[in-house]
Each structure stands twice: as C-alpha cells, then as structure tokens.
Design a protein. Sequence first.
Length: 198
Amino acid sequence: MESRIPAPGGRAWLVAALDAAREHRGAAEPAGLPVWELRFAEAGRRCGGDEAADLARVQLLEAARPDAATVVRLYRQGTAAERRAVLLALPRLSLDPADGLALVEDALRTNDTRLVAAAVGPYAAAHLDAHAWRHAVLKCLFTSVPVAFVADLARRAAGDTELARMLQGQAAERTAAGRPVPADLRLVLTLTREAAPN
C-alpha cells in the first residue's frame, strides 16, 4: 500500500501518521482530537491522488482502531473523500454490524457514485440482508455505478429469483420508454440464472 504514496514526502508523512495512530489510540490531544484524526483529514493534501489518499486513510483507521462512535463521527462529519475511506475501511474495523451497516445504508441513499461504489464492497456483501442487497444492486444500475464494484456479486445473485424479477421489471420499463437496457443489467440477470451455491 505505502508504495502507492508519492515519495519521498508522502511516504514519510504516512509513516509518521501511522506511528501517531498506533501511539495515541484513544488519547486526546490538547486541542481535543488525536493526532491521527488530524492526519486523516489532511491525507488528501499530503498523499496526492484520490487512490493514495484512500489507502492512507484506510491504513490510519486500521492502525488507530477507533471505537464505533469515532468511526461514525468521522463519516458523518467528513468530506465525501473521508466518507469513502471510512466505507472502504469497514471490513478491517471491529464494529458491531449495526454500526457499519448504518453507514453503508446512508451511502446508498446518496447519488454520489463514488460513495455508492465504496458502499457495495466486501462489508456490504458480508452484512446486508437479501432485501437491502438487492436494492444496492439496483442503486448501482440506476446511478451507472459498474456492478464490478459489487463484492461477491456472482455468489449472492446466483439463484436469486426475486432479484431476477426486479431486474426484468426494470428492463421492461426501460424498453417501454425506448431506452437501452444496460449491459450490467443483462449481466446480473444472467448471474441470477446460475445455480445457487450450496
């Protein structure tokens, strides 16, 4: 991961930030925030592109091991980029599923395609119930988020007749309106026809 951080300044900054995260787990600074949270906020300026900043923020969260209240606050008060990083980090954090799912569900209510893409990752695959997961897939199709972002898509879609029904309905609506049926919709519909895993 660190190899994707621009050298030398970005890499050195990240090493120091990760040390601060490990050393100050739960300890507040005089200003009220742990150093690692300040570094979490400034990662975009320090690490370069979005991917590098995402990776740095995920590593900071993993190193700091924040409690659920801190994770939720970072998400709720964060920029779109910071929210995305929280979503990407969820599989690495020890949160009660209810806390993590609340953030996933919030992201899926937005029309920010980068948040939606982050929300349908491995955490959603592991924890969303069938009803919510189907709607997450439909949200991707509605917002043109490639279904390649949906973790564990083939396994969860296999044999899902309800998802197939929903997709067929959406395809029929688009055809009736003279709009093309997206290739991703056809792909997921094909996956639903596969045998469900044992």
